[in-house]
Structure formats: C-alpha cells, structure tokens
Design a protein around this ligand. Structure first.
Ligand SMILES: *Cc1c(COP(=O)(O)O)cnc(C)c1O
Length: 391
C-alpha cells in the first residue's frame, strides 16, 4: 500500500557503513541513517551474519509454548545492562510499547484507580498501532484514525512544572511514558537532570516511570541506554530498533514488582523472542561490547557535533546543532526535506524529521574518516540548500 514516499533507489548489498545499489557497477552510498537507528553494527556484520546463518541451520522457531534457552540468555543480558529484572519479547518498537501500556493499566487497576491514565508527551513518537498512535504526540499522525484509544493525558516535553501540576490535579495517572531523547519529534534533548526530576515526581505520586528507548537504546547515545547518562533508574524500559541489527525484535524490560503483574495468559506473542531473533540480538550486544562501540559512539558523536558547530555557526539558517552520541540533529530555520535528495546526489544517506531537523544516525562502527565525510557532505549540502532558498 502507498504508505511511504519512497526514494527511487534500492540497495542490493551492504558492507559496514556502505550500501551498494548494484554489485556490477560498484556504486556505493555512505549510510548515515542505519535503516533508522537499526543497523548499529553496519551492514552484513560478520558476527551477526554468522550467528543468523548458524541458527538457521539449527532452529528458527518453536513458540513460547516451550522454554527457549536463547531467549532466557538474552533476557538475562538485557536485564544486566539495563538494571531491570524481567523481559517480555516481541517484534517491534510499537509492540514493546503496547506491552508497557498494558502493564501500566494493570498497575493502575492494582492501585484501584477508577480509569487509569498514562501521561505522554507532546511531539513524542511511540509507534503506529492504535494505542501507540494515540500515545504519539503528533496530530498529523492521528488524523483520519479517530476514534483514538482513551486513557492518555498529554504534557509538554522537558517541562517538570507542567507534569507536577497535572499530577497534583489528577488522581488517575498510573504511569508516565516518554523518550529520553525525542527522535522522530525533532531530536529534542531535555535538560540534563530532567529524568531524575521526573523520577522524583513519579516516586512522590507512586506512578510508574516508563522510558521508550526504542531509538535511543543499544549504545546509540554512547551508553547502553540513554537514561544511564543520568543517575536514575526507570521502572520499565522498552527497546527495539538497534537490538537485532536488522532482525526484527522488541523488548519490554521491567522491575520485578511491575513484571509480576503479568501472569500466564496476560500477554503474548507468537514470534516474540524466537531463537533466530534472540541469537542475532545476542551477537549484536556481544559485538557492541567487544568492539567498545558505546565509547566509539560517544567519542565520534562528540567529534561530529563539534565539527558541525564549527562549520555551520556562520549559517543564518542553522538554529541549533544538538546530539548525544550518534544521535545528531541539526535544526534549520526553514523546512529542509529537500536536503535528503541533495545528500543522496552526493551518495550520502540522511533523514529529515519534524520538517526542519536534519537527523543523523550513523552506524556505531563508523571511523573518524567516515565522520569527516558525513560532516563535509552535510555541511556543503546545507550551504547549497540555503543559498538556493535565498534566491
Ligand atoms: C521507531 C520508534 C518506535 C516504533 O517502532 P516500530 O518498530 O516501528 O514499531 C517507537 N518508539 C520510538 C521512540 C521509535 O523511535
């Protein structure tokens, strides 16, 4: 169906940070998007390729009717990395948020709230299913799909006072769900103590703090999870995109007391956490660890941010350069969707979100020379684009 405005280009194979349109012509593109924060290890990473190929010869799927050793191993690893106690596996970010939303409602009923509500943020993105679409703070995404799902309350992002006053005036809030950095919403980075302050409010009002790290997790911001930049712990965290390096998987991780609200039959997924997806994800996490890719993302992200700031500071059309690790946004003062095509002509893959924010999500494996090329092409395209805008 016609749900994407696709670019007239397709890729046949990839290797590391490169994507090739045709093996004969050897025409290659530098990937600064990673399939939207999915392929953190780049394309065709040997560790993941080997794990997937080997697992395919052993066992792909049995269903959650039986024990799945690889799922237990991955769950334990993710709990260790996140500080959570239990995992529910599914196949996408939206599904992982659905699990979180269902847990929040069970928690609300457990607390005897009449109509449990979940607080979500303006400009957020949580997925395209009915509940996650409703949780998403974007009117355009809602349009045409009404009636939306009841039980959500919206607050402005990065505004502690607003959350506080909503909680003072509403006894039915069971949980708050937010992204530690808003990705789709324009690469919005909150104050450095925002999550800790929200944590304190959640404790005060005895509501769950749930983080959507679908995009910001798995090393993307220079830590395993973005919340780890602050000294705090959420009650629940979901992730997906970068977890399987392209093999679909999502997970909802929670503290023991919350996780235990689900009992056999409460929730489920046919494919969720099957041996193939778990094997791919284990290989991905092991590689992020063994190749020190969190550190690499932190270092090269900082380097790119500084380079962009230096080279774009003179442009009157650049409002702000911001980022954490390899989640980088360049906000212009004008709509800049056309930059995607300009960069494509220069054989660089980027993305523009929220109309006027250039979004860069390069693979965590990039090297300094790749970072230099990305900066060079983006800067020259921004200049070209804004020059022609003047005329
Ligand atoms: C991409 C994204 C989702 C949705 O993930 P899907 O796998 O497309 O369902 C949810 N939350 C955030 C923060 C995302 O970036």
């Amino acid at each position: 169906m016609n749900t994407y405005a696709r670019k007239p280009i397709s890729f046949e194979r990839g290797e590391g940070v490169w994507l090739y349109t045709d093996s004969d012509k050897d025409e290659r593109y530098l990937d600064a998007l990673s399939g939207i924060a999915v392929c953190g290890l780049g394309h065709a990473h040997p560790a993941v390729a080997k794990a997937v190929a080997d697992q395919a010869t052993k066992l792909v799927h049995t269903s959650n009717v039986y024990q799945i050793a690889l799922q237990e191993k991955l769950g334990a690893k993710l709990c260790q990395l996140s500080g959570m106690d239990a995992a529910f596996f599914c196949n996408s970010g939206a599904e992982a948020n659905e699990a979180a939303i269902k847990l929040a409602r069970v928690y609300g009923h457990h607390k005897n709230l009449k109509i449990p509500a979940i607080m979500v943020m303006e400009n957020s993105f949580h997925g395209r299913t009915m509940a996650t679409l409703t949780a998403t703070g974007n009117r355009k995404a809602h349009a045409g799909f009404e009636p939306l799902v009841p039980g959500f309350i919206r607050a402005p992002y990065n505004d502690i006072d607003a959350v506080s006053s909503i909680l003072e005036n509403n006894d039915n809030v069971a949980a708050i769900l937010l992204e530690p950095i808003q990705g789709e919403g324009g690469l919005n980075i909150p104050d450095s103590d925002y999550l800790s302050k929200l944590r304190a409010l959640c404790d005060q009002h005895k509501i769950l703090m749930m983080l959507d790290e679908v995009q910001s997790g798995n090393g993307r911001t220079g830590k395993w999870f973005c919340f780890q930049h602050e000294n705090m712990q959420p009650d629940l965290v979901v992730t997906a995109k970068g977890l399987g390096n392209g093999v679909p998987i999502g997970v909802c991780l929670a503290k023991k007391e919350i996780a235990e609200l689900f009992t056999p039959g409460s929730h489920g997924s046919t494919f969720g956490g099957n041996p193939l997806a778990c094997r791919a994800s284990l290989a991905t996490l092991e590689t992020i660890e063994s190749e020190n890719l969190c550190e690499n993302a932190a270092q090269l992200g900082k380097y790119m941010l500084e380079s962009f700031r230096e080279k774009l500071s003179t442009s009157e059309y650049v409002r702000e350069v911001r980022g954490k690790g390899l989640m980088i946004g360049i906000e212009l003062t004008i709509p800049c969707g056309g930059l995607v095509d300009l960069c494509l002509e220069s054989k660089l893959l980027i993305n523009v979100t929220a109309d006027q924010v250039i979004r860069l999500l390069p693979p965590l494996i990039i090297e300094q020379a790749h970072a230099d090329t990305i900066v060079e092409i983006v800067v020259s395209c921004v200049h070209k684009f804004t020059e022609s805008y003047k005329k």
